[in-house]
Design a protein around this ligand. Structure first.
Ligand SMILES: C[S@@+](CC[C@H](N)C(=O)[O-])C[C@H]1O[C@@H](n2cnc3c(N)ncnc32)[C@H](O)[C@@H]1O
Length: 832
């Protein structure tokens, strides 16, 4: 029974539509203590400025350190009725908000006090809730409990559970498969009332966002949902009764489970379907149709090794009718395809086609398998076809790794890096045979989704003390789900660098083949997933795939439409170390990452990538902080620093003046003096005779000047003079970026062919800021077209549209014909 006070509180929470956790969090926010007293944790909320986020994170860290020193203690118990009623109120509110189509904004804290069990369930002994202590991981024990109220989607899933003795507690389950964006109805079916479960080595976490401790499960491998005949339920009695009120009834036959599974399948609830088929199989493992159906459900979920195992099982059973064998063969082919066994897949599709000669589907799959095999073996891609699909976030492409190998490089965090296994030349993809190329698909990815999102996450990453976007937040649970469904891939993720406080990973990658583990059933994964480790790995290895977007015309400036930051974990690309001016570069087409040489590379030379780029030294250091807490020391940064503090400070100021919006408002005269000021901030005495120095800020200044002159000409001011001056500035911009500008060749009878393919730029180096420089090449061409010198324009169009992926991707969005350049000029003039 709830006391009068409790009832009062209850009705207040219900009227506010708040769960006890939310309610107490809100209350403690109002009564936030002074930091030094450490009476309660600081509250982290959205919209705090970065400095304040850092300050509160540090305070939270101190608070947790203080908590760790305290002995474990009995929690204050909240009455059963109060918990259940407020959970129902939250559930109603959850349903109402979902019904109204409201986007649920959720905030969480990651990289902090996580716990995942590593001991097998068979070695654990039960513990009742009454014995569990706050601030303690109950190593060697397991909690048997069941839900007594509907579950509610919060950041994870919030449940109210009871143990056999009827003691109740709030349970928060994070990172459970298929929960992202789930509706109230789905959650009701995923974890129904009365659902019995086991929590391995439960952690009773002190409240961080409210005074109420909770049992917190971070890893889906720590929770085992029990089917009715589980040995862990044998002889178990529940003090509160056989079934909690409102618990759904269970199927009683394999056929019942099959038909329930089919109903789930038809409504796209593949996880629930796979679970229903599994329960049918527990009742009768001889029903091969349940394996066959489950294989399809696993395929839809992306649990490929499990799908393969089920399809293979059906094919191994004697006397299975041909129609089912065919289905199993086709499903096996698809599973193998997505497991990158393209030859195996092709074989299965051919076998399938032999019994279905009229089905076009089979031919399509055979062709896809053959293309993927070619790509994976030779690195031959149809780039144009790929760029055409650039908006997709799941391109059908095979991975390829060129002449590179992982080597122990002890000076780096993680102790490894990637080196060239033979000499590599930068150059045109289709002509040069010794190019470097790595093409990778993400292990898991999250892209901003403007349509139909039901929830928006923001998280505080306690490792970096930065707020993370929705995509960065959900990436962690997507990686966990991929491992859940494909446990044999876990070693490849676990072998990545997990930060300075984690174990040093093995020096080789990928790890030696360990015996393949499959998913046992949707309710039980055969591998212990360390959720905290995955969070760390995502922190130190994820990329933000810079989706290709059409270059938009506006003062010649490249603009992208992205408003959120996509986030993806790539496996092999995670092994490359950083250099600001690197010898290789990366970019993405859809979710496909392409890594290519930016300069010629010697055999054995380390290959580096830029993790980020900015012309500002301080901005680069700020962005690299989580990787390089003591700052980047690459040769380019060293060279920049050698210019001295005064020049660097001056350049930081000038970076601000060179922002595109500022330049757009600037007069031509001011822009000219700005270019002079920038040039002066690079002391000529530091220029090397043998090598042209890269001066990215100077490149920006010249490019800005060139654009100003171009616009002045377009506006009718000294057309010829301004266009020639504009070309001159563009040339200076290219040179400041490190591009060699070639003297045009004279046409003679002998070299007519060479002149036809002549490139006005050197091809031995692709600069960091190539995106911008391509624009200048096209604008140079435009200048020549307008000046009536089409012949001189053509080499610049050729230069800007070189047939290699980095440039091709840009050109794909631009019509590079002289007519189009002309049209663009006339159009801009009219609109101005
Ligand atoms: C994505 S991992 C790169 C591969 C890593 N070295 C490994 O062994 O797995 C990123 C981490 O490598 C280290 N690292 C990368 N570039 C570095 C650099 N230029 N200097 C020092 N450490 C670097 C940092 O510890 C960084 O957090």
């Amino acid at each position: 029974m709830a006391s009068f006070g409790e009832e009062h509180l209850l009705s207040m929470m219900a009227s506010l539509g708040m769960s006890p956790e939310d309610f107490f969090a809100a209350m403690s926010q109002k009564q936030q203590p002074a930091p030094q007293i450490l009476r309660g944790p600081p509250q982290i909320s959205m919209g705090l400025p970065p400095d304040e986020v850092r300050r509160r994170s540090e305070e939270l860290e101190r608070w947790m350190a203080h908590q760790r020193q305290l002995p474990p203690a009995k929690p204050d118990r909240v009455g059963r009725q109060m918990l259940v009623q407020s959970q129902y109120a939250s559930h109603d509110s959850f349903k109402e908000k979902a019904g109204n189509g409201e986007v649920q904004i959720r905030m969480t804290i990651g990289g902090f006090e996580g716990h995942s069990s590593k001991n097998p369930l068979k070695d654990l002994s039960p513990i009742p809730l009454e014995e569990m202590l706050v601030r303690k991981v109950h190593v060697g024990r397991y909690l048997l409990c069941r839900t007594i109220a509907p579950c509610v989607r919060t950041v994870g899933i919030q449940a109210i559970v009871e143990d056999q003795a009827g003691t109740t507690q709030i349970l928060a389950i994070y990172n459970y498969p298929t929960c992202e964006g789930s509706t109230p109805d789905y959650v009701d079916e995923l974890i129904p009332i009365g659902c019995p479960m086991i929590i391995r080595e439960p952690y009773f976490r002190p409240a961080t966002q409210g005074p109420h401790p909770i049992i917190r499960v971070d890893s889906p491998s720590d929770i085992v949902f029990l089917e009715p005949s589980s040995p862990y339920l044998r002889g178990v009695e529940w003090r509160s009764g056989y079934h909690p009120p409102s618990s759904p009834s269970m199927q009683r036959s394999p056929e019942g489970w099959k038909s329930l599974g089919n109903t789930y399948f038809q409504s796209g609830k593949w996880f629930l379907a796979a679970r229903a088929y599994s329960r049918g199989l527990i009742m009768d493992p001889m029903v091969f149709l349940l394996y066959l159906n489950r294989a399809e459900a696993y395929l839809r979920l992306g649990y490929y090794s499990a799908a393969m195992a089920d399809a293979e099982h059906v094919l191994s059973v004697p006397n299975v009718p041909q129609v089912s064998r065919d289905k199993a063969t086709f499903r096996l082919g698809r599973a193998l395809y997505f497991m990158k066994d393209y030859l195996g897949a092709e074989e299965r599709f051919k076998a399938w086609l032999s019994t279905h000669p009229d089905e076009a589907d089979g031919l399509g799959w055979i062709a896809r398998s053959q293309s993927r095999y070619r790509e994976s073996q030779k690195g031959e891609y149809d780039w144009v076809e790929l760029f055409e699909q650039h908006k997709k976030t799941d391109l059908d492409v095979a991975e390829y790794t060129g002449p590179v190998e992982v080597k122990a490089l002890s000076s780096y965090g993680g102790g490894r890096g990637v080196v060239a296994s033979r000499e590599v030349k930068v150059g045109e993809l289709l002509r040069v045979t010794t190019w470097l190329q790595v093409v990778a698909k993400p292990f898991a990815a999250a892209f901003p989704d403007s349509t139909g999102r039901k929830e928006l996450f923001v998280s505080l990453n306690m490792r970096t003390k930065f707020m993370e976007t929705h995509s960065q937040t959900v990436l962690v649970s997507r990686v966990i789900e991929k491992i859940y469904g494909n446990p044999e891939l876990y070693p490849q993720v676990r072998g990545l660098y997990a930060g300075p406080n984690a174990e040093i990973p093995p020096s080789s990658y990928p790890p030696e083949n360990s015996p393949a583990l499959g998913l046992l059933s949707p309710d039980s994964v055969g591998v212990d997933i360390d959720a905290d480790l995955i969070q760390a790995i995502c922190t130190y290895n994820s990329f933000s795939p810079n989706l290709e977007m059409p270059i938009q015309k506006s003062d010649g400036i490249t603009k992208r439409k992205d408003s959120d930051t996509p986030s993806a974990l790539y496996l092999f690309p995670s092994l490359f170390n950083h250099a600001c001016v690197s010898n290789a570069g990366w970019h993405c087409i859809g979710d496909v990452m392409v890594i290519r040489a930016m300069t010629n590379i010697e055999a054995g030379e380390e290959i580096t990538l830029p993790y980020c780029w900015s012309v500002s030294l301080s901005k680069r250091q700020e962005r690299l902080k989580k990787h390089l807490p003591r700052g980047c020391n690459c040769s380019f940064c060293q060279q920049e620093r050698s210019d001295g503090a005064a020049n660097l400070a001056e350049r930081e100021t000038l970076v601000e003046s060179l922002r595109h919006d500022t330049v757009a408002r600037m007069s031509l005269a001011r822009c000219r003096t700005l270019a002079v000021e920038v040039a002066a901030a690079y002391p000529a005495s530091h220029d090397s005779r043998s090598q042209r120095r890269i001066k990215p800020l100077l490149a920006e200044a010249h490019a800005a000047m060139g654009r100003k002159l171009f616009l002045a000409a377009r506006d009718g001011q000294n057309l010829e003079r301004n266009l020639m001056a504009s070309v001159d500035e563009f040339m200076k911009a290219l040179e400041a970026s490190g591009i060699t500008v070639n003297v045009p060749q004279r046409k003679t009878k002998k070299n007519r062919k060479e002149v036809k393919s002549y490139l006005p730029i050197g091809t031995d180096r692709v600069p960091m800021d190539y995106d911008s420089r391509i624009m200048e090449m096209f604008m140079t061409a435009a200048c020549f077209v307008v000046l009536g010198e089409g012949e001189r324009a053509i080499p610049w169009l050729r230069a800007g549209s070189r047939r290699e992926p980095f440039t091709l991707s840009r050109c794909f969005f631009i019509d590079t014909s002289p007519q189009s350049v002309m049209r663009c000029w006339v159009g801009e003039r009219r609109s101005s």
